[in-house]
Design a protein around this ligand. Structure first.
Ligand code: SF4
Ligand code: MG
Length: 312
């Protein structure tokens, strides 16, 4: 499979005044191949949403580079930027985000088509095909957002995101606002669309049950950096990083009592701890961890970890 998206040492810093600097993304490198789904996993505030936006050029980067199909998003001409916008799309947690309450569903889905100069005559048929792709009937086109359930609204958002035939969709917590029963339907829809359209997907989630169903590969983020990366099932079955282990252990299971939770809160990204950023919460931390930051290194085929003492 060809590499579609590459991030090289991407950094995103927010200057908050008073000399305070928040490192939302602290040097992330990753890649996504055509048709593949990569899950970005981590607790809220770990930088995954900021990174997700940066991956499709919705957020500038302060250092490093994002390459889509070999083109650096930071140096595109405005014409290229416009052309590429349709090929990289975002789906948000908020199911109301992309739907105008005063417009019909069909109108909202048609908007990107109009902006990108698709002929008026071709639009109704394209809208019908898009609705069908996301499992909604043709008549949905003339209804308004309030007439749909949350799950149906997310289907409409996905239809709109697919309007210009993207190669990559970044989905930021796309099911976490939905009922659990509906979550599985939307996850299945994503998987189905990936298979049918060859769509690559960056799936941002804090929910490992969702990630398990969705991800070909997983990148685990902690305080703005990737701490572990690998094939989805391999990471979930045998995590190498103590933080990944703790995330997996925190998921309730019927066959065992919950192990003790991680100690402490996620430290503020305004003042990340020295050495390994996870050391204040890590049950395996020793002196070296407090002084020397582990780098993300290969520990097997396609498998990386940023820990001095990986668990495997
Ligand atoms: Fe824990 Fe040390 Fe590994 Fe960091 S480097 S995760 S503190 S064992
Ligand atoms: Mg977020």
């Amino acid at each position: 499979m060809t590499v579609l998206l590459e991030a090289h040492d991407v950094r995103r810093v927010y200057r908050l005044g008073g000399g305070r600097v928040l490192q939302a993304v602290a040097g992330v490198s990753l890649h996504v191949k055509e048709g593949e789904s990569l899950a970005l996993v981590g607790e809220s505030g770990c930088g995954k949403s900021t990174l997700g936006r940066a991956l499709i050029g919705l957020e500038p980067v302060d250092a490093g580079a994002v390459l889509f199909d070999g083109e650096n998003l930071a140096t595109l001409t405005s014409r290229r930027r416009h052309a590429l916008r349709g090929r990289m799309q975002m789906v948000f947690q908020n199911v109301h985000a992309a739907l105008n309450p005063r417009r019909t569903a069909g109108d909202s889905i048609a908007e990107p088509l109009r902006i990108h100069g698709i002929g008026r005559a071709a639009i109704p048929e394209r809208v019908r095909v898009l609705l069908d792709l996301v499992g909604l009937p043709e008549q949905a086109a003339v209804r308004y957002p309030h007439e749909f359930s949350g799950g149906q609204r997310q289907r409409l958002n996905i239809a709109r995101a697919l309007a210009l035939d993207p190669a990559l969709v970044v989905a930021d917590e796309p099911v976490s606002a939905l009922d659990v029963s509906v979550q599985a339907q939307i996850v299945n829809l994503f998987r189905d669309l990936q298979a049918r359209l060859g769509l690559a997907c960056v799936f941002i989630s804090h929910d490992l049950a969702v990630v398990r169903q969705m991800a070909d590969r997983i990148a685990v983020m902690y305080l703005g950096a990737i701490v572990e990366e690998g094939e989805g099932m391999a990471v979930l079955a045998a995590p190498a990083h103590p933080y990944t282990r703790a995330l997996i252990d925190a998921v309730p299971r019927p066959d065992r009592p919950l192990p003790p939770p991680l100690q402490g809160e996620v430290p503020s990204p305004l003042s990340p701890p020295p050495g390994c950023r996870f050391h204040p919460r890590c049950p395996h931390a020793i002196g070296r961890c407090r002084e020397e930051a582990p780098i993300l290194r290969d520990i097997g085929p396609g498998r990386k970890v940023a820990c001095h003492f990986p668990l495997i």
